[in-house]
Structure formats: structure tokens, C-alpha cells
Design a protein around this ligand. Structure first.
Ligand SMILES: [Zn+2]
Length: 179
């Protein structure tokens, strides 16, 4: 989460949305150990201990959004959603995804739909595949699907994607162990 939002305390934001009114498990009961960093424009790299680092990249999206690149144990995992390119693909995004073992990327729109949604802050699956190819990504997972697209439609689009990038899948509920 970025500094565009006027928030004093990041932990409160996460805790708030996990209150019992909205979610059955509170933040304190989560199994992981959390440390909260509010992204700022001066710092884009965080150490994750001896073995890895976490990089961030600011996205073009209304209200702000960030991509995350986790390098740990010799593997690279990149997460990019809520991201709109301009007329051309954003070079910074390609660089950020370089050689990722797994890229989770948003594909809210089809290539045909994208021009109708300029300024909404999202990408097409075609752009996702272009980024993955140019960045030399090994495996591509597409997510952030438009709520207007049903399962049948998405399965058809997934097959189109796999014709262009073999190791490409649409994310499904329950998916795990992706690398
Ligand atoms: Zn969005």
C-alpha cells in the first residue's frame, strides 16, 4: 500500500478489514509474523532476512497501487495487479518482472475490451503475455478477471492465452504450490 493514501498506521488498515463484522479470523490469529512498511518514494527495496529481498514498483492506477517482487531461495516471484500501461507497454514493468519464475499478473480485460476502459487502471491478457515474453518469465498466472466474465468465457480466453504462451494459466480458487 502506498503513500498516496493518507493513512497514519498500516496495521490498523489491515486489522480493520479483518474485524469480526467482515471476516472470522482476526489479524492477531494469523499464522505469519507481520511487519508493516508504508511504501514511500525513497525506498523500494526491503530485506526479508539473510536470504532475500522484496522490491516494490509503483503502478499507474487510480488511487495508487504497487507491484511486488520477492527474491528468495533462488526463486523470483512477481505480483502485478491494478496496473494500466499507456500507448506502449511500460518498460519499468518489464524490467521489474525480469526472469521471474512465477509472474502473477492481472488480466481484467480482453484485448478487444481494453480500449473502452482507458483510465480504469487495468490491463488485458494480451499485455500480460507480452510482458511475460519480453521479461523472460517462466510461468504466468492471470488474475483480477473482470466480474462481468463468467467461468465459461474465462476458459475460452485461457485457451487463447495458452496458444500464445504455453505456461500460462488463469488463477482458480484454491490454487497453491504454483512454483
Ligand atoms: Zn483496480
Amino acid at each position: 500500500m502506498g503513500k498516496d493514501l493518507n493513512i497514519p498506521d498500516l496495521k490498523t488498515i489491515f486489522a480493520k478489514q479483518m474485524e469480526s463484522t467482515f471476516f472470522p479470523v482476526s489479524l492477531d490469529n494469523m499464522g505469519a509474523q507481520f511487519s508493516f512498511h508504508l511504501e514511500n518514494t525513497d525506498k523500494h527495496s526491503y530485506s526479508t532476512g539473510k536470504t532475500g529481498r522484496l522490491l516494490t514498483n509503483r503502478h499507474n492506477h487510480p488511487g495508487g497501487a504497487y507491484g511486488y517482487r520477492l527474491e528468495v531461495g533462488g526463486k523470483v516471484f512477481v505480483y502485478c495487479t491494478d496496473l494500466e500501461h499507456g500507448e506502449c507497454l511500460n518498460e519499468k514493468v518489464i524490467e521489474f518482472a525480469k526472469e521471474a519464475d512465477l509472474l502473477i499478473y492481472e488480466a481484467q480485460y480482453t484485448p478487444e475490451e481494453l480500449p473502452k476502459f482507458r483510465g480504469w487502471g487495468h490491463s488485458s491478457w494480451e499485455q500480460a503475455i507480452e510482458v511475460a515474453k519480453l521479461a523472460g518469465v517462466k510461468k504466468l498466472y492471470l488474475t483480477n478477471h473482470d466480474p462481468e466474465h463468467n467461468d465459461e468465457f474465462l476458459q475460452k480466453e485461457e485457451r487463447k492465452c495458452q496458444e500464445r504462451f504455453q505456461n500460462c494459466y488463469f488463477a482458480r480458487e484454491g490454487d497453491e504450490n504454483l512454483i
